[in-house]
Design a protein around this ligand. Structure first.
Ligand code: NAD
Length: 338
């Protein structure tokens, strides 16, 4: 606990996304404070010291985790480093917010699950798009049966990545990213699909492509089909190669009694045979990163389960790994569910 009684948070990895998370900690300042930041490059951590209120800076995150003023860690590391940081934090009894993906393999997922369960700590997956107000509203409408039996859903996350290829760094290599675009940006429409469809994914088929970003070892685009136990079929379309066509929805869901679709800002509902209505107006842009951090802190304060813990994180990972296996083998892959 930090000296003033607030939850002490240590950020691990002071790169791009850590800056977005900082906005959340400033909003959650009544209950939490960033007391430490660890980065192998201390100059990167130093960039946040003013905004964070002069936290301690560490080069070795294991030393930071050992600090008694750190109650929770926020893991903002390259993908291949997530598992070790989660296990180290859990073994030290610290709560965890972890950026996507949770980790990279089934073996890592088992180690993460064991460590978090044995320690009894809270782990929240940083699945920020679940904090879009339209997502919560759509999920509720599905659960309330407003679409009747759900036949299918489509989720997308597509943009033309314009970053200088030399700056892609760890993202360009399979060993450090775990694949290509699908396990990175493609993680968002995957957890979104699983959140919207109220059933277990059972089969996956995928086509991966590299249209433009030759620097990547993996794909820059992916289309993934997911069959669910209740018969619903999901489609994930995701890319860094191109700008989405103007009519591309963030998500859409069709069922026997009608459909829902959203561009992420407004939510539209069309009952079967009826007129389309706006059930949620397009508000301002939601800072989903800040919202997820505020909710993480609220979960710790209230002892509440996060929307997505390691349990959902592992399910998302299994779909992604199934998609990679499908593309490699050229066949539909059955998912093993516990
Ligand atoms: N939710 C989103 O929309 C979103 C967006 C961007 C990134 N992310 C995720 O956030 C994570 C980080 O991505 P990023 O874009 O911030 O990467 P980044 O490369 O900008 O930052 C990573 C930081 O980790 C540091 N680092 C590397 N090894 C370290 C170690 N052993 N100990 C301590 N620090 C170490 C690096 O020096 C760097 O500052 C990834 O999991 C990524 O997928 C999520």
């Amino acid at each position: 606990m930090s000296r003033d009684g607030r939850i002490g948070v240590g950020i691990i990895g002071a790169g791009e996304i850590a800056g977005a998370h900082m906005r959340g900690y400033l909003q959650a300042a009544e209950h939490a404070r960033v007391v430490a930041i660890a980065d192998v490059d201390p100059a990167r951590a130093q960039r946040f010291t003013e905004r964070a209120g002069r936290p301690d800076i560490f080069v070795d995150y294991r030393q930071m985790i050992a600090s008694p003023s750190v109650d929770a860690v926020d893991i903002c590391l390259p993908h291949h480093l997530h598992k070790d940081a989660i296990v180290a934090a859990a073994e030290a009894g610290k709560h965890i917010l972890c950026e996507k993906p949770l980790c990279l393999t089934i073996e890592e997922a088992d180690a993460v699950t064991r460590a978090v369960t044995n320690a009894g700590v809270t782990l929240m997956c940083a699945h920020n798009q679940l904090f879009l107000p339209t997502v919560a509203a759509a999920r509720q409408m599905v659960r309330d049966g407003r679409l009747g039996k759900v036949y299918g859903a489509r989720t997308t996350d597509i943009f033309a990545l314009s970053i200088d290829p030399d700056r892609l760094g760890w993202r360009a290599r399979r060993a450090t990213s775990g694949g290509g675009e699908l396990i990175d940006t493609g993680y968002h429409p995957t957890y979104l699909l699983l959140h919207l469809i109220d059933s277990a994914p059972v089969k996956v088929a995928a086509v991966l492509s590299r249209h433009r970003l030759e620097i990547l070892e993996g794909e820059d685009s992916a289309t993934v089909l997911v069959e669910f136990a209740n018969g619903s079929v999901g489609t994930i379309v995701t890319s860094w190669a191109y700008e989405p066509a103007g009519c591309t929805e963030r998500f859409s869901i069709v069922g026997e009694a009608g459909s829902l679709w959203s561009d992420g800002r407004a939510l539209h509902h069309k009952p079967r045979g009826g007129e389309q209505v706006v059930v949620q107006e397009s508000g301002g842009e939601t800072d989903t990163y800040a919202a997820e951090v505020v909710d993480f802190i609220a979960c710790l304060v209230e002892g509440r389960r996060p929307i997505n813990t390691e349990v959902e994180g592992v399910k998302v990972l299994k779909v992604i790994l199934g998609a990679y296996a499908s593309a490699e083998r050229g066949e539909i892959v059955e998912l093993k569910n516990p």
